[in-house]
Design a protein around this ligand. Sequence first.
Ligand SMILES: [Zn+2]
Length: 199
Amino acid sequence: MSRFAQPLTELIDQLTKLPGIGRKSAQRLAFYILRSSEQDAFALADAIRDLKAQLRLCSICHNITDIDPCQFCTNPTRNQAIVCVVEEPSNIASIEKTKHFNGVYHVLHGALSPLNGIGPEQLRIKSLLARARTTALQEVILATNPTVEGEATAGYLAQQLQGNSARITRIATGIPAGADIEYADEVTMARAMEGRHEM
Ligand SMILES: [Zn+2]
């Protein structure tokens, strides 16, 4: 028999499924929610329900959105001919934060990883190729992560996008600002050297 009343056990079980939440943290959160006001607790429950009920993927770029097409794909002030390809919807926030990009996006929802059974069919690649074929794109920026999987994905996409009139570019990677080159691993250092520019 469980040490807690059934509804509490149920909440702890559900919270334990979240990433980075162990049994102890789940218990702590569950008791916190139990002690909080009815208004706060129901607001949390509603937020979770609304998230699943109202959000979907944009039919053009596959970003998470509550309106389809999303705010980027319908925005007349953004350059619809420059497409930045990212692995995850959360990557868009990182790029937007820079305020240096005024194009649109394409979210792959992952990266190629044959060892984990993720091939081109498992990613939103077909729709990207169709987009490049049917729209007059100026540039496709491959902004997948500088990991083995991200590089493989960028390489694959560059090959598949060959023959389109669009420029295919890859984001530069290298030493992060504020870091010491003494601690850079060799891949990062090699990339930083490759990505050097005139001053
Ligand atoms: Zn969109």
